[in-house]
Ligand binder design. Structure first.
Ligand SMILES: NC(=O)c1ccc[n+]([C@@H]2O[C@H](COP(=O)([O-])OP(=O)(O)OC[C@H]3O[C@@H](n4cnc5c(N)ncnc54)[C@H](OP(=O)(O)O)[C@@H]3O)[C@@H](O)[C@H]2O)c1
Length: 251
């Protein structure tokens, strides 16, 4: 029996940590990001885990659609135990005040990576798998920022909020399906990744409140990607996955 996982943004940070912890002969992994994670590919080989890595730019949402049939046609239904789609890739940029400077391209990129690509990918996933009788999960890695407005973060907050609402609507629909897909939108807490490095590199004039993130780092209060990945996998394996659609790892 095989568990199938599709993970976006597996080149570093939380996505990479999830992928590493899933390396096992019982799992089949499909990973993507713009840059290939060659260490992960090598580690998969060593663990006897079948993993394919796809270099895809989620800021080009139609590109992802070509990958869906490639991925799902490889699922062997007779031996498939479960299937899970993890939307983890995300960008914080652009930061700064609305109308402050020309950020047109970065705004479009943010909407495509954080919202449009996950939506289109989920659409196709549901279309393909709706009648499959095995356990199916969609996990959106959201953010506390989806639920709380922050100055300078308008693109990030709004795209994360939009995806969270998409997840909540889908969960409502799935409740009446014969073979429901369970959906969760999960805020992972504040995690020690490149995204936090970027936040701390900003000055307070461009990003009010940045001091709090500097302080959290100095006080050792950031969670490690490894710890967060472990909690995420526990959630994926929990029989209660999906009961709380909008969830937070911080409880
Ligand atoms: N770190 C935190 O404190 C925190 C807090 C709340 C929520 N989150 C959320 O957690 C998720 C992971 O964040 P992280 O902190 O691990 O971030 P990260 O270290 O910056 O990693 C982001 C991942 O997304 C991928 N990605 C970015 N743009 C992409 C694109 N255009 N196409 C394909 N892949 C792309 C990156 O790969 P490439 O650059 O190789 O493409 C990378 O693998 C994000 O959704 C983020 O919003 C993080």
């Amino acid at each position: 029996m095989k568990k199938y996982y599709f993970i976006t943004g597996a080149s570093r940070g939380i996505g990479e940590a999830i992928a590493y912890q899933l390396l096992s002969p019982e799992n089949r992994l499909f990973c993507l990001s713009r840059s290939e994670n060659t260490s992960l590919v090598e580690a998969a080989r060593e663990h006897g885990c079948e993993l394919s890595y796809h270099q895809v730019d989620l800021s080009r949402p139609f590109d992802i659609l070509e990958l869906v049939p490639l991925w799902l046609s490889q699922v062997e239904l007779e031996t498939a135990e479960s299937i899970c789609l993890i939307h983890n890739a995300g960008v914080l940029t652009p930061v700064g005040r609305v109308g402050g400077e020309d950020r047109t391209e970065a705004i479009v990129e943010s909407h495509h990576v954080n919202f449009m690509s996950p939506v289109l990918l989920t659409e196709r996933f549901a279309e393909w798998t709706q009648e499959w009788g095995l356990p199916k999960q969609v996990l959106m890695i959201s953010s506390g920022a989806a639920r709380k407005p922050k100055a300078a973060w308008s693109s990030y907050c709004s795209t994360k909020a939009a995806l969270e609402m998409f997840a909540a609507c889908m969960a409502e629909e799935q409740a009446s399906q014969a073979h429901p897909i369970r959906v969760v939108s999960l805020a992972p807490g504040v995690v020690d990744t490149a995204m936090q490095d970027y936040i701390r590199s900003q000055d307070a004039a461009n990003m009010p409140g940045v001091e709090r993130f500097v302080q959290l780092k100095e006080q050792g209060q950031l969670w490690s990607p490894t710890f967060v990945a472990k909690k995420i996998i526990e959630l994926l394996q929990s029989p209660t996955f999906g009961e709380e659609v909008v969830a937070d790892l911080r409880g």
